[in-house]
Write a new protein. Sequence first.
Length: 558
Amino acid sequence: MTAHLVKCSTNENGQQVSTNNNGLSDTGGAFVTNAAGGSSSPVASITIPDAAICNSGAYKASFMIFRNLKLFDQGGNQMSRQKRSSDSTDSNSDFEDYCANKLRLRGNNVLTATLLSSNDTSNRVISALSNPTTMAVVQYNVKNWDAPLHGDYGTAWWTGDDWSNDGCQPMSTNDGHYTGHCTHLTDFALIVTGVQKDPSLCEGVLKGVGYVLSGSSSLTLFILLGLFTAASVPALREIPLLRKLTGSNTSNGILGLPYLSTLFAYFFFFTVFIDRTVINAGSSLCNAIAAFLYTCLISTIFWTIFQGLEIVKRFYTFTKLGNVLELITKPLVTVAVCMALPISLTIALWFSAKNFFDRDDCFCWVRPDYVTFAVVVPTSLLVVADIIFTGLIVQQFYFNRTHHDRFSRRIQSNSAQKRQRTQKIIVLASMQIILGAPWVLQYLTIGTANLTVWHYLFTIINGSQGFLLGVMYVLMRYNRHAAHKRQQEATSSVEDSNVGRRFGRHAGLVRTDTAQEIISDSPTQSARQSTLSNNNSVSTVTRQRILPEDDDTNGYFS
């Protein structure tokens, strides 16, 4: 506590200023008056502006700082306090209270300022002026605290039996310091206004939509994972239905199966364990779940990047870049990068950023206000990779005129393969955008206590990723099956034409150049040239052997 007589003088501008530094600061280790220099970064401080103290007619000012709330008993009307213990557990009644938009005390410091009048013996305490003006400036150091995710800092004052924020306005929160102004003098405390639980977990309809979407994604991925696991077993690979659903090429399983497994694990745990109140878990378990989900999603991003490398590699066969990509995409390198890097990053964040996985809002996920690792790193990986991959493919697809690159020439002359490769580019880019969007949307929800469009978009886009992946895969398999069927019909027509030429039957023949164009439109068949003799003239056609319906649709997962 400190007190001093009020001394004011008139400056060169004709304004009254106090010759005393009217304030008190708590440095954490000691209480320091502003007259003694104060502190450059106090834990808490309170000041009365010169205009207020000089225009009040007061003769004495006093300041006090309490480091606990023992003298401020609320009786039965207890204001809740934010818990920060990593091992804390909560009762169901506490969880229910988390969705209420109310004031919550933050910290223990209570700041008090008083002005005493010299000419009014019946009411010596001056609490406010007739013209509303700022009577108290309070400041708290919040640098070492996690910013509220679903609200904002504010100032509350003691009414005698409760805390109220009427008459106090938050002014700024800069460089880890909160500043608030109040129009009267009393006891002040730092509060958080808003809800403690993520709004998307409080709204029943949105919560239900989230469960339906993430559950659908989990089921879709489980089915895809089962299909590709079965297709990797030699005894099951020849089942016609399974070949039709997955294609005949299972060489990409080293990428497809781990990718699907990781994404399935993410959605399963996200659906079942994302809401701490549902599983009634402590903070430590919720943080561990958040770390696991973060690892899965970062790993999924790396698997997606290696899928892009696989697609790019096919456009650069017989080139130096193709040889480099061949080394990078070897199974051992792929698994090491896609598994080891995410796990290492998660462990590093667990120990270096202690609250990165501790949201304290019942949402078992990372804190989006850790911008670097919660927003920048995931989205940058996807965006940069997407730009590079698309640029390389477009360059080779449309601008490469090198006659020595046989693979490039075959693509340039084959419209069917162009369509398939273009589909892969579109699907890859779409999945990268879908994977990156939730990270940005979570960041946009910071600081709001009410549901916003960002909450809806996050729930819908994040929850539907697995389902959309399944839809894209079905569409690609359907297109591949349709192309395979057209190729069979075209080849059958050419063979009938050749038989007709040999035996002199000219009815219904297909022109050689037209047949050759139709056949060459099928990218996956091995061609052989045959020369047929008809009436001393030689006609060259391209005949193709029908292979099982494949091609590299599975490459969508690789």
